[in-house]
Design a protein around this ligand. Structure first.
Ligand SMILES: [Zn+2]
Length: 312
């Protein structure tokens, strides 16, 4: 519908090193394998992260944590198949209410226009057809940096193609689609059930499960089959050795061959679509009302015959 651009490019925006591994790693691996250029924008250095791997909780590790997190990110990006990692250059703002919130170098304290301009410059240089950011509903994990990713992601998507915005930051380029990466409640339920079936102790206690029942499940418009890349997330998470306990039942409690079979999809919500007339609007509501209508983030951008299982 928009012609066939060459090459395909996918740009994702994440808040901290390790977010790129826990969210959407399988789909990035898939698109990289299909030949798309994959760009990760990481907004902060993760300086406020704690050492969550008991084996690495040593003074030496704490002393070089910022460097280690950069190295871990590079390794995770290699595992996933990101062609480029671009740091937006802000400091981790820490969890809401923590002292780090007040640091003037923090992402949450940065002037919005400045952060948007930095992201617009990266978008204009990379020329992605598809951008992925976080959604507006983050009540389950309201980290200031994650909220900021949503805010600047939407603004940059709207500004990148506008010649009047940030004229000193590259030639205008309008990505076609903006997606939100979504957490799958269905996936958690299935993981919990598997623990019970196998007689293992589930890391999802009653408190967790109560939250699932109360939470309004996110709107998922797009489910990407990542079954061929189902181990990528675990492998990428393990690259963040200081941040991830390899014995964590939350991530690694089920045998890999079982884990691989559970909801092998990355779920997304299509949030904004850029039209040929310059409009930037939410997608047409799904006529059927229920369930994912797309199986490919590049649906409508590349020829349909190159997409398997297209449902739209
Ligand atoms: Zn994060």
């Amino acid at each position: 519908m928009i012609g066939v651009p060459d090459p395909l490019c996918l740009l994702t925006v994440h808040a901290h090193p390790d977010d790129e591994s826990s969210k959407g790693a399988g789909s990035v691996a898939l698109y990289h394998a299909q030949g798309a250029h994959t760009v990760l924008v990481c907004c902060t250095g993760g300086e406020e992260g704690e050492v969550l791997n008991p084996a690495l909780d040593t003074p030496e590790v704490h002393a070089r944590l910022a460097d280690l997190r950069r190295e871990e990110l590079a390794e995770a990006a290699r595992v996933i198949g990101y062609d480029e990692v671009v740091m937006l250059g802000y400091r981790d703002s820490g969890m809401a209410g923590s002292e780090a919130n007040a640091n003037p170098a923090s992402f949450a304290r940065a002037p919005v226009e400045e952060a948007v301009e930095r992201l617009v410059a990266i978008v204009r240089r990379s020329r992605p057809q598809v951008m992925v950011v976080y959604g507006d509903e983050q009540s389950g994990y309201p980290h200031p940096d994650h909220l900021r990713v949503h805010e600047i992601g939407v603004l940059a998507f709207r500004a990148a193609g506008d010649p009047e915005r940030f004229p000193g930051s590259g030639s205008p380029w309008q990505p076609s689609k903006l997606y939100y990466t979504e957490f799958s409640v269905a996936r958690f339920r299935e993981v919990h059930q598997k623990f019970e079936e196998l007689g293992l102790e589930s890391p999802f206690d009653a408190e967790w499960r109560k939250r699932w029942e109360e939470v309004t499940p996110p709107v998922v418009t797009t489910s990407v089959d990542v079954s061929e890349f189902a181990d990528i997330r675990s492998r990428a998470l393990l690259a963040h050795a200081t941040q991830v306990d390899p014995n964590s039942p939350f991530w690694f409690g089920l045998p890999p061959e079982v884990m691989r079979t559970i909801h092998p999809y990355d779920d997304y919500r299509l949030a904004l679509v850029a039209g040929p007339d310059g409009s930037i609007v939410p997608p047409e509501p799904d006529a059927g009302g229920d369930g994912p209508v797309e199986t490919d983030l590049f649906a409508g951008i590349r020829p349909a015959e190159s997409i398997s299982g297209e449902a739209g």
